[in-house]
Every structure is written in structure tokens, then in C-alpha cells.
Design a protein around this ligand. Structure first.
Ligand code: SAH
Ligand code: SF4
Ligand code: F3S
Length: 452
């Protein structure tokens, strides 16, 4: 469609990388209809908030941002222009009706499983602008992945690819099984085809995404069910795909074929993000995590045997109902003993509709604050020590496709740590050795060692 009108699309993405992936795909779907992305909502023809419901703060942010979008919409209407306002993602799924009744200026609400229907939804709205409103929070039987466009816009040398979606685990604190539906794995063929398109468009480092990515069980070329390890081996055959990563894994879904892939596949990066949430068996049980700390440590040992260089990161919830000082100490000691070099840690936030929201043995906010600060201080210390261990050593860095504003090269190490380096612009998009001269908590700094 070369003669499609030029329209401005503003999408704000909240939450996890799966939402970031969905945003890219929404852009791909809307591009042939004449929409191109802009950085500010003020004069956009269409605004989509791709929302996250995981914690109360995330949800509140959506409602406060909506208030600002409303002002822009009013301004545009004064000038005789239209702005379609849509709420997508996990808040839309969980609270679609509330949004439509509370925010009259919202034209569309659609859940994470329906965005492939965007052109039809948009036609309904723009055909009768101002009167028709759309709500679409079904979990359609036809999967959204079967309806996506053949195009994949990739910006830079790294890309994200959703291979699995949804969750059947029902941890007592979590909204994901309700907002994303039950577990679904894409076919191997469609994933390989998408990865090849991404590589053709310049991607060299692909992160495979899923709410429980290692629960992946898709149909392979031989008609059999393949796990994540087998899929990674297949993707490693793609020429020019230099690095493969995956996120987020669940401790109960670790299969031997994944551990063996860490031993055998050089493109699979030595990093494992394996959320544990708590170091206390009592709390793990109350969370319905279905494993113990002993099981978790045994799994880490297997990864370390297969790939001794493996770097570990995790997620923690602090102040889950019933968490005592002793339980927290167990979490603290786990972080220390395992030596996690990074982690997402958050205070527990009760979510409506989840079993934990009915628990009464709540931890006081000020107690949660103190525990969270202590844990984060330890994690920062460990992250800094890990990064400083590279000073004076060469590190393999995949550089972004563009220099940054300061004329510096910017890229990622094998562990996905940001690296800033001085070096010639022709190295953009390549993997090069960088001699590390300095290190902070989140980034390494150095200069290019080998230029040819
Ligand atoms: N499937 C992954 C995690 C997905 S949600 C797993 O099982 O580990 C991402 C992270 O958000 C979780 O690991 C958890 O640490 C955090 N989270 C989820 N619900 C939360 C809640 N109610 N309060 C605080 N943090 C929460
Ligand atoms: Fe949520 Fe648990 Fe599923 Fe992770 S495994 S998405 S924490 S319910
Ligand atoms: Fe948030 Fe939904 Fe992801 S709740 S973390 S955007 S799956």
C-alpha cells in the first residue's frame, strides 16, 4: 500500500519484554495502513498504551498517563482533528470494562491475544468516530501468531522473539495466568522463519521470549514436540545469528536438553535468568511455586556443570504475606551464596483476583522497605564486583548498528552487560574484542583491542 495516508502512531510500552515484542508487532501491522511511529503523543492520530498489570504501581501509572492523553485529545479535537485512544495489554485484559466506563475518551480496549485484529477494530472506530467503541478481551481460538504480517522491523543488532505465551502455574501472587491465558507454544517453523527475517534485517543477537520460556513445547519439522533446547539447536543453524538468549525461565520447567544446549551450542550465551522469588521454603509453598530451595540449587549446579562460566540472575518478591525476619534472612543468604549478579526485586503488591490477595498475615510497608533496601544493596555490591572482575581483560562485544551521540560505540557483552568503547564507526554491528578499563554497576568501559 504505497498510497496510504501518513498517520502518526504513538505507542507507550509498560511491563515486560513480551509487551515490548507485542508493540513491535502492532507497529508492523499498522505500518501498511499508513501509520508510522512518533516519540510523543501530543499530535498523534493514534495512541496505544500497551499496559502492565503485574503490580499496583504499574496499573496506577496507566490511569495517570491516560489523564494526560485526554488533554492532548481535547486539544486535537478543538483543531478539528481525531485522536484514537486505545488501551492494550494486561490492564486492558483484566480491567477492560472499568477503563471504558471510567475513561469515556478511550475508544478501544483490547487484550494481548487480539492485536492481530487491530485493522478490523480500527475500521469500526474510524468509520464512526466518536460513537462506536471497541472492547476485545477474548482469548481467540485462532492464535495471534498465525495472523501476523510477514514483515519484521528490526532496529539494531539485537531483537526479541516471542516463542511461548501464557502460564498455567498460578503462583498465588500473580496475574499473568489471568491476563495472558493458558500456556501456548508456537510451531518451530514459524519461529525459525521469523528469526531468519530478523537476521536478514540486521539482528545478530536474538532473545527468545515467554512468560515461562522453558516450558516451550512446539511442534517441530518432524511432527514431534520439541523443547527449548532442541529449538535453540535449530536456531543456531541460522547463518549470521551470532547470539541466542532466552527469558524468563521457571525452575520447574528446566529440561536436560536445555542444560545440554548450554554445553554444546556456542551461540547460546552463558547467562541464566531463573526467578526464585524467595529463599524460604515456607514462603515458596505459600506462593505455590511447587519447588524447594534445595531443588533450585540442584538445578543451578547442573547448569554450572554444563557451562562453568554461566552468570546467574533472578527475581525476588519481598514481604510476601507471612514473611518473617528469618524468612527474609534466608532470601538474603541465598543471594549471597549463589552470587547473583543481577536481579529484579520488588515489594509484594496484592493483586485483585489472585489467591494471595485474600491472605491476612500482611507484612508492614516500612518492614518491606527496609528488607528491600538491604537486598538491593547486596545485589548492587555483587553486580559491581562481577563487572569489576573484567577490568584489564578483553571482552567480546556486539556493537549496536549506530554510534551514540558522544561518538562512542555501544554494545553488549556475552553476559548482556552494556559496554561503552572508543573505536571506529565501521565496527557497528560487529562482534569485537574490547579491553575493559573501567566498570560500574551496570556498564563496562573500554577501548577496542583488535581492529583487524
Ligand atoms: N514467569 C516468571 C515471572 C513473570 S512475572 C516466573 O515465574 O518467575 C515477573 C516478576 O514480577 C516475577 O518474577 C515476580 O518477581 C514479579 N511479580 C509478579 N507478581 C507480583 C506481585 N504481585 N507483587 C510483586 N512482584 C510481583
Ligand atoms: Fe506468574 Fe508464576 Fe506464571 Fe511466573 S510462573 S507467570 S510468576 S503464575
Ligand atoms: Fe506485565 Fe502482562 Fe508482562 S502483567 S509483566 S505486561 S505479562
Amino acid at each position: 500500500m504505497t498510497n496510504a495516508p501518513n498517520k502518526k502512531l504513538y505507542i507507550k510500552t509498560y511491563g515486560c519484554q513480551m509487551n515490548a515484542y507485542d508493540t513491535r508487532r502492532m507497529e508492523d501491522i499498522l505500518r501498511p495502513m499508513g501509520y508510522s511511529s512518533v516519540d510523543t503523543p501530543d499530535t498523534a492520530d493514534m495512541v496505544i498504551l500497551n499496559t502492565c498489570h503485574i503490580r499496583e504501581k504499574a496499573t496506577d501509572k496507566v490511569f495517570s498517563d491516560l489523564g494526560r492523553i485526554r488533554e492532548h485529545k481535547i486539544e486535537m479535537e478543538k483543531n478539528g482533528q481525531q485522536m484514537v485512544v486505545a488501551v492494550a495489554g494486561c490492564v486492558a485484559q483484566a480491567e477492560g470494562d472499568v477503563i471504558l466506563s471510567r475513561a469515556k475518551y478511550v475508544d478501544m480496549v483490547f487484550g494481548p491475544q487480539t492485536y492481530h485484529e487491530l485493522p478490523e477494530m480500527l475500521a469500526k472506530i474510524t468509520g464512526a468516530y466518536g460513537s462506536a467503541r471497541v472492547i476485545n478481551t477474548d482469548f481467540p481460538v485462532e492464535q495471534k501468531f498465525d495472523f501476523l504480517p510477514e514483515e519484521n522491523a528490526v532496529s539494531g543488532s539485537t531483537a526479541f522473539l516471542s516463542i511461548q505465551e501464557g502460564c498455567d502455574k498460578f503462583c498465588t501472587f500473580c496475574v499473568v495466568p489471568y491476563t495472558r491465558g493458558s500456556e501456548y507454544s508456537r510451531d518451530v517453523a514459524s519461529i525459525v522463519a521469523e528469526a531468519k527475517r530478523m537476521v536478514a534485517n540486521g539482528a545478530r543477537d536474538i532473545t527468545l521470549l515467554g512468560q515461562n520460556v522453558n516450558a516451550y513445547h512446539g511442534t517441530g519439522a518432524d511432527g514431534k514436540t520439541w523443547g527449548l533446547g532442541r529449538l535453540i539447536r535449530e536456531l543456531a543453524e541460522i547463518q549470521d545469528l551470532k547470539r541466542i538468549r532466552y527469558s524468563t525461565s521457571h525452575p520447574c520447567d528446566v529440561q536436560d536438553d536445555l542444560i545440554e544446549a548450554h554445553r554444546d551450542v556456542p551461540q547460546l550465551m552463558p547467562h541464566l535468568h531463573l526467578p526464585v522469588q524467595s529463599g524460604s521454603n515456607k514462603i515458596l509453598k505459600a506462593m505455590n511455586r511447587k519447588h524447594t530451595i534445595e531443588d533450585y540449587l540442584a538445578t543451578l549446579d547442573k547448569f554450572r556443570t554444563a557451562q562453568p562460566d554461566i552468570e546467574l540472575s533472578s527475581d525476588f518478591i519481598i514481604g510476601f504475606p507471612g514473611e518473617t525476619d528469618e524468612d527474609f534472612e534466608e532470601t538474603y543468604n541465598l543471594v549471597k551464596n549463589v552470587g547473583f549478579t543481577a536481579a529484579y526485586s520488588f515489594k509484594y503488591s496484592p493483586r485483585p483476583g489472585t489467591p494471595a490477595a485474600n491472605m491476612t498475615n500482611l507484612v508492614r510497608e516500612d518492614v518491606k522497605d527496609v528488607r528491600l533496601q538491604r537486598l538491593q544493596a547486596l545485589l548492587s555490591e555483587q553486580a559491581l564486583a562481577f563487572n569489576r572482575s573484567f577490568i584489564g581483560k578483553p571482552v567480546e562485544v556486539l556493537f549496536d548498528t549506530k554510534q551514540n551521540k558522544a561518538g562512542q560505540l555501544h554494545g553488549r557483552s556475552r553476559y548482556n552487560t552494556a559496554v561503552y568503547a572508543t573505536g571506529p564507526a565501521r565496527l557497528c554491528g560487529q562482534i569485537v574484542n574490547v579491553m575493559i578499563e573501567d566498570a560500574g554497576q551496570t556498564a563496562l568501559h573500554g577501548s577496542v583491542q583488535i581492529t583487524e
